[in-house]
Design a protein. Structure first.
Length: 75
């Protein structure tokens, strides 16, 4: 799971992740986070290398870069 943001976002996301893992103890989530600067470049490199996170925060404007048809994601 990857996201960007400041200290408040990191703390809130880690707290939510801890609650999730209490509810689903068999699901292991590796938290990776950083500030906004450089996040797009790092994420782009991970996607290009085939090692992107299963769950990641992206900006709406980045959807076209990360989807085959440029219109969003589907599962």
């Amino acid at each position: 799971m990857s996201w960007w943001g400041g200290a408040a976002r990191h703390a809130a996301t880690l707290k939510a992740l801890a609650l999730f893992q209490q509810t689903y103890p068999d699901v292991k989530v590796k938290a990776e986070y950083m500030g906004f600067n450089g996040y797009l470049e790092r994420l782009t490199a991970l996607v290009a290398g085939g090692s992107e996170p299963d769950l990641m925060q992206i900006n709406w404007a980045w959807l076209a870069m990360f989807s085959k048809r440029g219109n969003g994601f589907t599962d």
